[in-house]
Design a protein around this ligand. Structure first.
Ligand SMILES: *[C@@H]1O[C@H](CO)[C@@H](O)[C@H](O)[C@H]1NC(C)=O
Ligand SMILES: *[C@@H]1O[C@H](CO)[C@@H](O)[C@H](O)[C@H]1NC(C)=O
Length: 493
């Protein structure tokens, strides 16, 4: 009986723990990973070293330089011109959130909630089956322990009777009684303490499982409420709009928030987040990571069209909080080909420290050339990842991590410079995002989002540094808390 119980206990203890994996309290993992920082700090990984004599690597790609002549704008006037008479009533164009989106302009903006719902529903099903298996077993245990208890009560009663009968008998009998008493004590203790406590533990496990199911049910309910009707993220379109964020800034749109832009009159306008504060404003957000809420391990078409959430209303009645998104390679290419364009990349680690990299010239070629990246004119304190590669590496190893001149790759479209044509050698598959991979990277802003920053090769899906990496700041094994890329038409200030 005892053995049986122990077996049950072990099974359920293990089973109970395996549930914790996707539980909502996995902050612990994040903290544990920070501790691993010390050992992982100096292990540079971004490159794929050559196998001597068996492989060749050619850094040469005949990529055109970034657009650098002409300028769409003169220097900023000292104060932005607020256009008078444009103060119309704000028009509410509710953004359909939820599982579908009213406008397909930015791909399907399915909030991760819906993905969560699917995952939760699946989990709930598993747990329900397991609990229905568990329940009869616990009941049976309770029953059999009751039987044993009754039996022992009867033994106790007859023992008391016998004690009364032989109470005044000889010493031999009393020795016999002693041993019976000992056994009785043992059995009684087992039944009174060990069995009930085992059952209590089982009951505890059961209660825990019940609580988990309740939590899951609550989460599912909340999600169902959310998805019942297309959730409205009320994003009033600001009165001011323009070709891009610099245009909007000059027309008086000096608050950072979501705006409608139309850089190409032949194409419909679309929503973007404009940063009108940082580095004098006028920046159009093309990439944003800040909480890991959007999956960036996506296909070519997603990266082409764009995905994610442009902005949220944090409670001020306007969408002044950027979400996580990728604007889309077609739009990025269109924006950067309209004239000389600047790029600002900002990032923040998990302690709140911030650095940036800025390129005075940034052009993304057309889809026909697989969106070749061209940059020039670096400044900043994050390190010139795009042009110099990783400073932790040397010689050809460093050259392999330069992004400038590379085509864009996703896991389903391999355009990288790592043995082109070999399906086993694809940077995007190993490093987690769509990017201008070489062989492979010194920066990986679209990589996997790791809570807490430091991570190890054992946590990575393929053992490679697939995090939100910027090697020249934090090395291969640190994933940034936040990173963003913003563009602005170049003008002399
Ligand atoms: C992470 O690594 C850096 C560089 O080795 C070190 O200065 C820092 O104290 C480490 N942080 C933690 C939390 O271990
Ligand atoms: C390149 O990296 C490999 C392994 O990471 C190393 O063995 C080799 O010495 C490196 N080459 C140079 C020139 O640093």
């Amino acid at each position: 009986m005892r053995t049986l119980l122990l077996v049950y206990l072990c099974t359920y203890a293990v089973w109970g723990r395996s549930l914790d994996y996707d539980d909502d309290d996995d902050d612990g993992d994040g903290k544990a990973s920070v501790a691993a920082n010390a050992t992982a700090a100096v292990d540079a990984r971004g490159h794929r070293p050559l196998q001597r004599g068996r492989e060749a690597y050619s850094p040469v790609r005949n990529a055109p330089p970034p657009i650098s002549s002409g300028s769409r704008y003169r220097g900023r006037p000292s104060a932005p011109q607020v256009s008078p008479g444009r103060v119309q009533e704000k028009e509410e164009q509710p953004d359909r959130g939820g599982c579908s989106h009213a406008s397909q302009e930015l791909g399907v903006l399915c909030p991760n909630g819906c993905e969560l719902k699917t995952a939760l529903l699946k989990q709930e099903r598993d747990v329900r089956t397991s609990i229905s298996e568990l329940q009869p077993q616990v009941e049976q245990l309770t029953r059999s322990s009751n039987d044993v208890h009754n039996y022992v009560s009867r033994v106790s009663a007859s023992l008391r009777e016998r004690q009364r009968v032989i109470g005044d008998n000889s010493a031999t009998v009393s020795r016999y009684t002693d041993s019976v008493e000992e056994q009785h004590a043992y059995i009684k203790e087992t039944v009174d303490t060990v069995f009930p406590s085992s059952i209590r533990i089982l009951q505890g496990v059961l209660d825990q499982v019940r609580q988990k199911i309740q939590k899951l049910e609550k989460a599912i309910q909340a999600q169902q409420e959310d998805c019942k009707e297309p959730c409205r993220t009320r994003c009033p379109i600001p009165v001011v709009s323009g070709k891009e964020c610099e245009d909007i800034f000059r027309r008086g749109g000096t608050e950072s928030q979501m705006y409608l832009v139309q850089p190409d009159t032949a194409a419909p306008p679309y929503r973007v987040f404009c940063d009108q504060i940082t580095h004098n404003g006028g920046w159009l957000l093309i990439q944003s990571r800040l909480d890991g809420s959007v999956d960036f391990g996506r296909r070519w078409d997603d990266y082409r069209r764009g995905f994610g959430n442009v902005a949220l209303d944090a409670g001020k009645g306007r969408c002044d909080t950027p979400g996580e998104y990728w604007l889309g390679n077609d739009r990025i290419s269109q924006l950067t080909n309209a004239g000389p364009t600047e790029l600002l990349i900002e990032m923040q680690d998990w302690t709140g420290a911030k650095v940036f990299a800025r390129y005075q010239k940034f052009t993304v070629q057309s889809a026909a050339s697989n969106y070749v990246l061209a940059v020039d004119g670096y400044s900043g304190n994050a390190g010139n990842s795009f042009m110099e590669g990783s400073l932790e590496l040397f010689g050809v190893n460093r050259t392999m991590t330069i992004h400038n001149g590379m085509m864009f790759s996703t896991y389903d479209r391999d355009n990288d410079n790592w043995t082109p044509g070999d399906p086993a050698k694809q940077c995007s598959r190993e490093d987690g995002g769509g990017w201008w991979y070489n062989r492979c990277h010194s920066s990986n802003p679209n990589g996997r989002y790791y809570m807490g920053g430091a991570y190890t090769r054992h946590m990575a899906k393929h053992g490679t540094d697939d995090g939100v990496v910027w090697m020249n700041w934090k090395g291969s094994w640190y994933s940034q808390k936040a990173i963003s890329m913003k563009v602005r038409p170049f003008f002399k200030s």
